[in-house]
Design a protein around this ligand. Sequence first.
Ligand SMILES: C[S@@+](CC[C@H](N)C(=O)[O-])C[C@H]1O[C@@H](n2cnc3c(N)ncnc32)[C@H](O)[C@@H]1O
Length: 295
Amino acid sequence: MRTKHKVIFGNCMSMEEIPDKMCHLMITSPPYFNAPFDYDGFFKNYDSFLGMLEKFATETYRVLQDGRIAVINIDDMLVDGTKYPIIADTIKIFQKVGFRYRDKITWKKPDGYLRISKRSGVILQNPYPMYYYPDNLLESIIIFQKGKFDYRSIPEQVRELSKIDKKEFQDNKWYMTLWEITNVLPSSSLEKGIAAFPEEIPYRLIKLFSYKGEIVLDPFLGSGTTMKVAKNLGRHSIGFEIIRDLENVIRKKTGFTDLVYSENSDIFEVIERKEGKYRYVNNETLEKITLKNKK
Ligand SMILES: C[S@@+](CC[C@H](N)C(=O)[O-])C[C@H]1O[C@@H](n2cnc3c(N)ncnc32)[C@H](O)[C@@H]1O
């Protein structure tokens, strides 16, 4: 089956390009509150960060079909010695806009794969009480649902095509609330400075919470990890990204580097919001332009 993938370069505080109830699953990791690299200074204060989360939650609720799932990879954040309760506040915000809080998975990174590993070193420099800040190996994957899912709404054939491999499920311990997954190193070439999550996260979630041919949304697309996995698993996808320059990274990651369109290839579209107008490009129209120029 040919799948379709659309990147909208614009702010996901409004997802106006997506009609109500169009998407079947939302997976994302929002920007960090005062992240050390890319977003430093992006949010004026914690309230503006929470305001961003609420707008994104409201739009996600609008574009998701009834009964469907929204998943957020997020973590509490330590800034200048104060830990911000981002997980608890995100849960409250998502409940406020109408979601049911359904579950929480803890993602554990392997020892030695720490992104910010220097915290506990403070006590080695000063081996006295009150200098303790532990290294963080954990992030949360919080799962919300919009109402109740109607299991009878899925045609039998689609249900069978989307069947979960019980061996994979059991061997990799998907059944637990602890997922041990290696993180993406910040230095890896494609994801440099993006804080990408590993493919294994959207891989499990897409298999567990969507059927083949459905639409997966990632409002904070980054390097395009969710889109790549959705494509590999026979799902359509839509992503928002505010940094226009990431198009090449997303194309590389998703395998849409080739501008030539063929009958069987998956479809990649780019929408760029510009002064209220849209420039619309997909690989089909691009080829038409190329052919026209050749004549
Ligand atoms: C943590 S990264 C997501 C990484 C992604 N999961 C991956 O694997 O590459 C968050 C992304 O959201 C983008 N972003 C931040 N605010 C945004 C907004 N309001 N609308 C759309 N994208 C936004 C950032 O530019 C960044 O690329």
